[in-house]
Write a protein that binds this ligand. Structure first.
Ligand code: ATP
Ligand code: MG
Length: 330
């Protein structure tokens, strides 16, 4: 029993009905900063949560559960009575479980749902109000009607993109994506991506500089790699001013292929650089200028990369530009 208590991951403490500590395992001692079991329960539990005392536990019929936070960790506190040899309540067993990670995931999930709802609500509101105006008579004026229908059309496109991105992420979450690794010639792939971005490139007069040796091949899922490049190169074009530059280059380095996508655009503030790979994260400045989409592009790119043991890192300086580096092992 002693060994079990000593090595278990949860903190366990037993206390008698007058509040004397009978036993505390090392984890419980650590959580409560308890030096010896001579201390009174009420005097040490305040280190974790001041609303719990032996009197409080008694008022709950010796059964209960509670949450507490200490030094950035979250603990679940469970208590239950134990019987003595006369079959009366002899005291209480208190169990402390560190649920920090679970708590963090719960919070992320809630934020995710809030973000999705918000992102869907905006286009729906627009579609609703424009179609209402059309029904109220705007349909009669051909020019206005066409303008409104264009807005409805592009807002539906935005919703479609969002839902496609979400489905992709959800499939990856459930590990339902079948990656089909095949040999891909990097130069061919980059040329194809440039074609797909050509409209935006032309609209903004972006200069593209390519430096990709024709003998570099990688083993990767074709759609997956296309998505990574499209999301990263798309950002480079999107977050760069008119007549800006985008450089795409690749080299072999040891056993890796290293692809660099660099721009001389607005850059990303230092404090945001770690967070841009999170779902829905967008730098405030880009948002304020009305640039960008939903903030899912990089999180998708990163998850695909990780599923292929690849990494994506960022170097960026505000107003100087951004470089994204994809490292692909051979
Ligand atoms: N090359 C870049 N230069 C400057 N900022 C960038 C660059 N790439 C990404 N960012 C910043 O990182 C944020 C997250 O990028 P991400 O691609 O994930 O989302 P997004 O472009 O806003 O939307 P979408 O889901 O449509 O791609 C962007 O909103 C932008 O603020
Ligand atoms: Mg993007």
């Amino acid at each position: 029993m002693e060994t079990t208590f000593t090595y278990m991951a949860d903190g366990v403490l037993t206390v008698d009905l007058t509040g004397n500590i009978i036993h505390a395992n090392p984890v419980a001692k650590n959580i409560l900063s308890l030096e010896s079991t001579d201390e009174k329960f009420n005097d040490v539990i305040v280190n974790l949560k001041d609303s719990i005392s032996i009197e409080h536990i008694k008022s709950k019929g010796y059964h209960g559960t509670d949450l507490a936070e200490k030094n950035g960790e979250t603990y679940n506190i469970d208590y239950a009575p134990f019987m003595n040899n006369k079959n009366e309540i002899g005291g209480v067993i208190v169990v402390f479980k560190n649920i920090t990670e679970q708590h963090r995931i719960d919070k992320l999930q809630k934020e995710f749902v809030a973000n999705v709802s918000h992102e869907l609500k905006t286009p729906i509101t627009t579609i609703k109000s424009y179609s209402e105006t059309l029904l109220d008579g705007a349909l009669e004026e051909k020019e206005t009607a066409e303008e409104f229908l264009n807005v409805i059309n592009s807002e539906s496109d935005r919703m479609t993109r969002l839902v496609t991105d979400l489905l992709r992420l959800s499939k990856m979450d459930y590990e339902q994506t079948n990656w089909n690794k095949e040999r891909i010639n990097l130069q061919d792939m980059v040329n194809m991506i440039i074609k797909k971005l050509q409209i935006q490139i032309n609209e903004k007069n972006i200069n593209i500089h390519l430096n990709i040796p024709d003998d570099i091949n990688i083993m990767f899922d074709r759609d997956g790699f296309e998505q990574i490049l499209l999301n990263i190169a798309g950002n480079a074009v999107n977050y760069t001013l008119e007549k800006g530059n985008v450089w795409i280059s690749a080299k072999k380095d040891n056993k890796n292929v290293v692809v660099s996508i660099k721009d001389d655009g607005q850059g990303i503030p230092k404090e945001d650089q770690d967070r841009i790979f999170e779902r829905f994260y967008r730098v405030e400045k880009a948002r304020a200028r009305g640039l960008g989409g939903t903030g899912l592009g990089l999180s998708i790119a990163k998850e695909i990369a990780e599923a292929h043991n690849c990494s994506i890192t960022v170097n960026s300086r505000i107003d100087k530009g951004t470089e994204m580096i994809i490292t692909i092992p051979e």
